[in-house]
Design a protein around this ligand. Sequence first.
Ligand code: 6R9
Length: 651
Amino acid sequence: MTQSSFPVSAEFVAAANTTPAQYIKDYQRSIASPKANDDFWAERAELIDWIKKPTVISNVNYDLDDFRIKWFEDGELNISVNCIDRHLKDNPYKPAIIWEGDHPSLHKTLSFTELHAEVCRLGNAMRKLGVSKGDRVTLYMPMIPEAMIAMLACARIGAVHSVVFGGFSAESLGNRIIDSQSKLVITADEGVRSNKHTPLKANVDRALDMDGTQCVEKVIVVHRTGNSIPMSGRRDVWYHSVVAGESAECEPEVMNAEDPLFLLYTSGSTGKPKGVLHTTGGYITYALSTFRDAFDIKDDDVYWCSADIGWITGHTYSTYAPLANGTTTVMFEGAPDYPTWARVGHIIDKHKVSVVYTAPTAIRSMMKEGDAFVRESDRSSLRLLATVGEPINPEAWDWYYEVVGGGKCPIVDTWWQTETGGILIAPIPGTVALKPSCAMTPLYGIMPEIVDSDGEVLEGLAEGNLVIRGGWPGQMRTIYKDHERFLQTYFTEYPGYYFTGDGAQRDEDGHYWITGRVDDVLNVAGHRLGTAELESAIDSHPATVEAAVVGMPHEIRGVGIAAFVILKSGETKDEQIKEELNRHVRREIGPIANLDAIYIVDGLPKTRSGKIMRRILRSLAAGQYVGLGDLSTLADSSVINKIIEVLRAED
Ligand code: 6R9
């Protein structure tokens, strides 16, 4: 924890949506009692256009015998109407989406009126293809406007979308389609990033060869690059053909507040990725309300969140929250290094971006290339900067603050998760001096606690596991088709609380510092990968016997992946097999699962009961060979020295 703090400029504070004293007052009021908490959320629900206004606010009980999470349960609404139709009267021509293509010559703006027409056309087309309320639709899309249009069209007709990140493999896509039993898949011929093409449609074809995907009746394909792709006669249809001739009006489905809105698969510490389920009324209330608070949003902001729509940040803060608020959202198809590392600054200048929300990994990779690229732009439109996904180290914070923001923009470090639906901890800008790497203060209505390993709640200055007391409207409702796993993962270890899986410290000012995952989930470049998932991908290679995966420090991505692998006897322990294993894992999971270090070993440190002691491997992978702590439970301590020999040989 560093002691330095950065006061927010007087100019920013003067124009901020709230004041330090008001934040404290409002926060205290929002958590004063269950009734006060309900009153607070009832007020926030006024920001939403309801078809039927809710009379019941929360109905949350974490007691496993009588478990329930419901918000606004008798309310009715449609999220696409909240994101589009309600802005048409006052702001019909305001840009809703500014799309910046991979190549700097490509850009497109959709006003709220145009977005309305596009969403309605696709909604009508989907209905004609037989999709109705409650059906699942998998989206496997590049960062093009049709991706947001498809999400909103699902919301319009009550279909439940499951967006699968375009960087996941055919295999990962197939598994998610099988779990969700989607009726429809929407994709593009190819994705484009840094002038490189990803074969999205070909991956869909391979995924749909998998057993269990017979649920998919149709595949809608957006024409992005025009390169030739096979279209299967009965199953595949072009996006432009199905929307052509459709009406620009589409009757929105009346949704109950607790009807599902989307599924999003995320990695856990065990087993296969889990389908996190979010519902309608609570999610959109929470998204909109936290968006305004955390980013101090004004009507004329041009807001750019760089997250891909395949992640929760791309759902909540690229799509739903800004559009529900009537804010212009910038969507970028490409990567920060193309055509040069000056691209981010050029996009900010070109579209007069005022708020940027990105990940520490992106900041570190730009920082490494030097300041000159950023200084090619003037970035005078910037007002606020924000980060998400992983802890930001002080050096990256300073660079973001001084070089990108020119020392005048507050940095909002937002802590939250796929499961939480929206931000839970972040400094409300202008209310507090910022501490680099610190997520600072809870948002309204949120009650974080730190518990020790026995579940004892710690007061004041503390370090331990981060849990949340009580509920909030944006929280997940279940793991799709696996409610038991939901209860087990989040509500069993610390009864009565939501367990985040993260560790945290609280300092003398009551500010929260997130220290990272305390379970077997790796946060690589801000993306979650389960060690179990990675290990089973390695184990599925015919040359391997067993593998153990741990995180290791990585200069750019924060956490890198280190794999300790035992090969079958007779296999050659050379570079070639390592390359082959890495290719295999990338093929199984996707390119985000890149193994940074592979150590071929003869044995793994295991307890007498056969559990891999990852703690030891983590130290070894970080280059710490002495002071490994208590080794008395190891079945065979000689494996440690043998592993150290392998590591030394690689140094
Ligand atoms: C939104 C998102 C969630 C995990 C979370 C934590 C890490 C997110 C953070 C952060 C430190 C922050 N995390 N924000 N760690 N500081 N500001 O990233 O969701 O992909 O589900 O990841 O990311 O470990 O538990 P998700």
